[in-house]
Design a protein around this ligand. Structure first.
Ligand code: PLZ
Length: 447
């Protein structure tokens, strides 16, 4: 299986795009046939190559093709794939013990990750954290905590929202295909409010917030609302950046009615946007903040962090799970957080400047590039018909496919499937990043 070369991931992997075969190559094609016979069809693969090693800004497949990584999985390997510090800390922990169940016998790593999260998340109030495995599981727990703390049941989520694939988080997620169709009935007591989407609604943040609040207040009694949950910059829904003023107005309204304000920073957290957390861009301090993805350099870990009095509202034994806060994932998280604090926030801004300049140049010359938006290393462009303004999903899919064929991993998103998003690992070099952007530019131009 590792016949190509030495199997060296991380920064030791040669940082060059190189295609030795068409994408997918013969070995990946063979593997895809095995996948079809063994893996449920519901589990898709966007770019059907099988990976041999990854690191820096490169993903190398089993045919020896080296692809430029502009996805980081889905915003997960922000510190870099097989980051040396993460590998060393995880390996050291693996050699000591792999599991105890924190709720049976404790270990320091879990406590240290909670201490770190309490320290680095927005706000200097007293905080507590709890650890879980996936983003969806953490969202579920944030809602449990908000309900326990308020004695209320209703949750408000937004248009274009994505919060996961479990039953409650499917209810919170807006888009039907592919996430929800056929999988209902969904959890109740969820109401949806309009999102601020400046490119489409042209509204100020204050106007958009007023409309959202009016809509909520018509649907449900205020003293029944436990929480509002929102991604400060929406991920799967299209990298929608709300207009300035929207999030603060919403947070103020929530605070004045005893409603818990939950920021889902699963995709935006950990240096990704050029701040440690995206809430900071908008000047808000969430009551609860949900994290996952970038937290542990690729190992599964998620968290809920927030005001001590809310976090402590659930009765002893009310929060848990067999694997939550696995010791190896905690060791990886501590190493990742150390790396984020050692210059990666600044690096995300530099990456953002490079991407923005390139995407703005595309927009200046191609009227189909309707909008360029994002912060730091979380940037996107929205493709539209220049005459009608309608979403151009087919062009988006063609452009992404052309980039893939040329050896650049890009992801699409958006309720209408017409957004190309860029989420490079923060370990990518400038040259590789520029090359990836050039390939993407060509792919759009030819699309
Ligand atoms: N909240 C904001 O971005 C995960 C989903 C990929 P899990 N987004 C990627 C897919 O197609 O399943 C996500 C997110 C936000 C919650 C989640 C859910 O996190 O770790 O996938 O459960």
């Amino acid at each position: 299986m590792h016949a190509i070369d030495d199997v060296v991931g991380g920064p030791a992997l040669a940082q060059v795009r190189e295609l030795r075969t068409p994408i997918p190559g013969p070995r990946s094609t063979e593997m895809l046939a095995r996948k079809r016979e063994a893996v449920a069809d519901g589990v898709g693969i966007t770019l059907p190559v099988f990976v041999d090693a990854a690191g820096g800004g490169i993903v190398r497949d089993i045919d020896g093709n080296s692809l430029i990584d502009l996805g980081s999985g889905i915003a997960v390997t922000s510190v870099g794939n097989a980051h040396p510090g993460v590998v060393a800390a995880s390996a050291e922990q693996l050699g000591r013990f792999t599991h105890t169940a924190f709720t049976i016998t404790g270990y320091e790593g879990y406590v240290a990750v909670c201490e770190a999260l309490n320290r680095i998340t927005p706000g200097d109030h007293a905080k507590r954290s709890a650890l879980f495995n996936s983003g969806a599981e953490a969202v579920e727990n944030a809602i449990k905590i908000a309900r326990a703390a308020t004695g209320r049941s209703t949750v408000v989520a937004f248009d274009h929202a994505y919060h996961g694939r479990t039953n409650l988080t499917m209810a919170l997620t807006a888009k039907s295909m592919p996430y929800k169709r056929g999988f209902g009935p969904f959890a109740g007591d969820v109401h949806r409010a309009p999102m601020s989407y400046p490119f489409r609604d042209g509204r100020t943040g204050e106007e958009a917030a007023r409309i959202a609040i009016e809509r909520i207040e018509r649907q449900v009694e205020l003293d029944e609302i436990a929480a509002v949950i929102i991604e400060p910059i929406q991920g799967e829904g299209g990298f929608v950046v709300p207009a300035d003023g929207f999030l603060p107005a919403l947070a103020d309204w929530a605070a004045s009615h005893g409603i818990v304000f939950i920021a889902d920073e699963i995709q935006t957290g950990f240096a990704r946007t050029g701040e440690m957390f995206a809430s900071t861009h908008f000047g808000i301090v969430p009551d609860l903040i949900v994290t996952a993805k970038g937290i542990a350099g690729g190992l599964p870990l998620s968290a809920v962090t927030g005001r001590a009095e809310l976090m402590n509202a659930a009765h002893a034994g009310g929060l848990g799970g067999t694997y939550g806060g696995n010791p190896v994932a905690c060791a990886a998280a501590l190493a990742s957080i150390a790396a984020f604090e050692d210059g990666l926030v600044e690096r995300a801004r530099e990456i953002g400047d490079i991407i923005r300049e390139r995407l703005e140049a595309l927009r200046a010359t191609d009227p189909r590039v309707g909008d360029v938006r994002g912060h730091g290393a979380m940037m996107a462009l929205e493709l539209v018909d220049p005459v009608t303004g309608q979403p151009e999903a087919a062009l988006t899919a063609r452009a992404a496919a052309a980039a893939h064929a040329a050896g650049v991993i890009v992801l699409t998103c958006g309720t209408d499937g017409n957004v190309i998003r860029l989420l490079p690992p923060l370990s990518i070099g400038d040259d590789l990043l520029r090359e990836g952007l050039d390939v993407l530019g060509d792919a759009i131009a030819r699309g």
